[in-house]
Design a protein around this ligand. Structure first.
Ligand code: C2E
Ligand code: MG
Ligand code: MG
Ligand code: MG
Length: 289
């Protein structure tokens, strides 16, 4: 079975400190328990340009099918993995899988852009930037086909080291998105200091915006702020037509959500693309008030 998953499965049941992962196996030590640990795979969720309905990219989202527990909640998986070296292994694997997928799409004539979520610890060393530079070259991919999504929580952990890695990736030409904007340790300093290309409005505000005036105000102000700073703005969690129209009226660039499509395996995405017919918001109809 997959050694990364075996580690993740074990740490999900009993968190193991880093040292335990990294120390060599002693002679006579019993082998790791055998057995199915399931599989990890990437799902992809379309991101749609609001004004034209065009597909602009996909967000890669990790899925783990555990043999006994079924689909594991990704937030739970990440939370547990982050407590050990498992996170680094997972991220390495995610980046490899997604970049391989981008190369396959390219070979099939699909110029998609993929966004990958990265975790706090992934940015503490330059390892991820080395890996990305290497895979871009190996697959002959343009750097702007890849985007990394970082959360504000991740930035707080060690701002200086994180900034060094992000700056390197930015220089390579990889896009950087600030994910879940408005939650966690929001700081407007991040918007000024980081070499960002995109801000993602957190889904909690987007989900509430139709019924809650405060949520709507937060979404509109975030869009305005991002645009004023020259950043692309993407809303996540668009579940219905009304939210979509409100986002259009507010000038949001792109959106993802169940209204368009749920995250799905790569094979399904190709079928979805073949079926997809862009919907355009009605001109002159402002539903935002
Ligand atoms: P995120 O990066 O903010 O991803 C967006 C989440 O919103 C995804 O949850 C997606 O399935 C969900 N979503 C999209 N559209 C809608 C909608 O219309 N309604 C609702 N209710 N939800 C929607 P998911 O896939 O469960 O992932 C949760 C979080 O786990 C992600 O939040 C991200 O922080 C983390 N994550 C997922 N994959 C990875 C990964 O490969 N690496 C890392 N480090 N974190 C990951
Ligand atoms: Mg994300
Ligand atoms: Mg998000
Ligand atoms: Mg999130």
């Amino acid at each position: 079975a997959d050694p990364i998953l075996r580690r993740a499965a074990q740490s999900a049941e009993s968190p193991v400190p880093d040292e335990a992962w990294d120390r060599p196996v002693r002679p006579g030590e019993p082998p790791e328990p055998a057995g199915d640990v399931g599989e990890i795979m990437m799902y992809y969720q379309p991101q749609i340009a609001i004004a034209t309905g065009e597909l602009v990219g996909v967000e890669a989202l990790l899925r783990w099918r555990h043999p006994r527990r079924g689909m594991v909640d990704p937030e739970e998986l990440i939370r547990v993995a982050e407590q050990s070296a498992v996170m680094r292994l997972l991220t390495r694997r995610v980046v490899d899988d997604v970049m391989e997928q981008l190369a396959k799409w390219s070979a099939a004539g699909l110029r998609l852009r993929a966004a990958v979520n990265v975790s706090v610890r992934d940015l503490h060393t330059g390892e991820i930037a080395d890996q990305i530079a290497d895979r871009l070259a190996r697959h002959g991919l343009a750097p702007d086909r890849l985007q990394l999504e970082i959360t504000e929580g991740a930035l707080m952990a060690d701002p200086r080291r994180v900034l060094t890695t992000i700056t390197r990736l930015h220089r390579i030409g990889v896009g950087i998105a600030l994910d879940d904007f408005g939650t966690g340790y929001s700081s407007l300093q991040h918007l000024r200091r980081l070499p960002l290309s995109e801000v993602k409005v957190d889904r909690s505000f987007v989900l509430g915006m139709v019924d809650d005036a405060d949520d709507a105000a937060i979404v509109r102000s975030t869009i305005e702020l991002a645009k004023a700073l020259g950043l692309r703005v993407v809303a996540e969690g668009v579940e219905d037509e009304r939210s979509w129209r409100m986002l259009h009226a507010a000038g949001c660039d792109a959106a993802q959500g169940w209204f368009y499509a749920r995250p799905m395996p790569a094979e399904e995405l190709v079928a979805w693309m073949a079926r997809y017919r862009p919907l355009r918001p009605l001109g002159g109809h402002d539903d935002a008030d």
